[in-house]
Design a binder for this molecule. Structure first.
Ligand SMILES: Nc1ncnc2c1ncn2[C@@H]1O[C@H](COP(=O)(O)OP(=O)(O)O)[C@@H](O)[C@H]1O
Ligand SMILES: [Mg+2]
Length: 214
């Protein structure tokens, strides 16, 4: 195998090897492919293999995104602040949204229940920012205030429509399960959930008691 061929991507290498073997092993001389035929077939192989590589890359990215969403990796090992920081890195890369993250140094460890709930709230808020706000920036702030952990997530986007906002204020319900689900999680933890929104952006502020954690 020549040097340049060794640097080809692997599916192309294996596909081209198969094709070459197929060409060379054809019966009589008249049945063997000409150089032109060979290059035509190789060109086809290249297109197929490039498509395949692209598909594999897209599948890998999708699987990574799904695994981020389904299970908060690292949460048990490194704690909430570091897990959020890791997630935000991937989110910014995928969405192009710049996220300012403010996590206090030496944050205490919390229970697994609290970690998971707050990680999900940050995920859901960022998903909403990406999906609905049109904002190019997001801000996340974690702080300890007395015996509470406060998490604030905001954007600089178009804001939630007044109709959706007043429906949420009156009934605690939102059109999807995102905002109402976040609120239910927080209430379940004995905390408070605040939603502020206008044409300059949206902010959610969650405050949950940490006494006795973990
Ligand atoms: N950050 C945001 N900026 C603008 N609009 C938002 C934002 N978050 C939520 N919304 C609006 O509130 C609605 C309800 O959000 P949510 O309950 O998460 O449901 P879903 O995201 O499935 O629509 C969204 O459909 C959208 O109209
Ligand atoms: Mg949502």
């Amino acid at each position: 195998m020549d040097k340049s061929r060794a640097s080809w991507p692997w599916p192309w290498r294996s596909l081209s090897s198969c094709k070459l073997e197929a060409c060379l092993s054809r019966g009589s001389k008249s049945e063997r492919w000409s150089f032109r035929e060979l290059t035509n077939h190789f060109a086809c192989c290249r297109v197929v293999s490039e498509d395949t590589v692209g598909l594999v890359d897209r599948c890998t990215a999708e699987i990574r995104t799904l695994s981020y969403l389904l299970h908060p990796p690292l949460l048990d090992e490194v704690g909430l602040g570091s897990a959020i920081s890791w997630y935000v890195g991937g989110f910014s890369e995928r969405s192009g949204i710049i996220v300012d993250l403010d996590v206090p140094k030496n944050m205490p460890r919390f229970s697994s229940e609290l970690d998971t709930a707050l990680f999900r709230i940050v995920q859901q808020s960022l998903a909403n920012i990406h999906k609905h706000s049109g904002s190019k920036r997001a801000h996340i702030r974690l702080a300890i205030a007395g015996s509470n952990l406060v998490v604030e997530v905001s954007d600089e986007g178009r804001g939630i429509s007044p109709a959706i906002l007043s429906r949420f204020r009156e009934s605690g319900r939102s059109p999807g399960v995102g905002i109402s689900g976040m609120r239910e999680r927080v209430v379940g933890l004995g905390g408070t959930f605040e939603l502020k929104s206008d044409h300059c952006g949206t902010t959610i502020v969650v405050s949950v008691p940490i006494t006795g954690q973990p």
